[in-house]
Design a protein around this ligand. Sequence first.
Ligand code: SAH
Ligand code: DHB
Ligand code: MG
Length: 210
Amino acid sequence: MDERLARYITELFAAEDDALAAVRSRHAREGLPDILISADEGKLIHVLLRAVRAARVLELGTLGGYSGVWIARALPPEGRLVTVERDPRHAAVARRAFAEAGVADRVELRQGTALDVLPQLVPPFDAVFLDADKENLPAYFDWSMRLLRTGGLLLCDNAFFAGAVVDPAEPSTGAHGVREFNRLAAADPRLAATIVPVRDGLLVGVKVAD
Ligand code: SAH
Ligand code: DHB
Ligand code: MG
């Protein structure tokens, strides 16, 4: 998207308040990788979660908690975000971010590898946001479909994978995982899905049948 138009959306609809800005600056200060979602993407996720009245959400890939704060704020007071992070350093930064942003009571951070944690989770979830490693995305697709309620939302970041999805010369396992995930989401009759061209692409799907 045109950078000016993205900025227009962000300024009008997705301006960060002090708490979100603080999470972002903590993230930078701690030297975490600059791969968090953008504010306009956070607002899109927020709107979609509100549209399905999401109360129980699963996130894979917490990093410093920035997307988690956007998600937690879309939940009702009794809502819950379960977020999974493999890196203990990232998890520690995220815990402080959730406390500082005042959403710690709504967030359950599971430190561990997604494929180890997923079998412990009890359905149903109203939404799943996939933003961890890309290699295992085909497995995450199956887990998501198992954990989501009918009418639930499947969201996946980096659906374009920096353009690699349309570059046949890009052979990385990450690119393979994203391409395969997108294909699964497009073809599965239980899902109505598309990719929204925000930042690096957000795949959005609704589970329309069991
Ligand atoms: N959602 C975050 C960004 C996530 S970056 C945001 O927008 O704010 C990806 C994160 O996934 C990193 O913190 C990385 O450590 C974590 N990760 C990578 N592979 C993982 C795995 N297999 N299980 C759990 N977390 C994983
Ligand atoms: C990468 C991963 C992400 O989740 C992201 O949003 C941007 C970049 C990466 O692995 O490079
Ligand atoms: Mg991402």
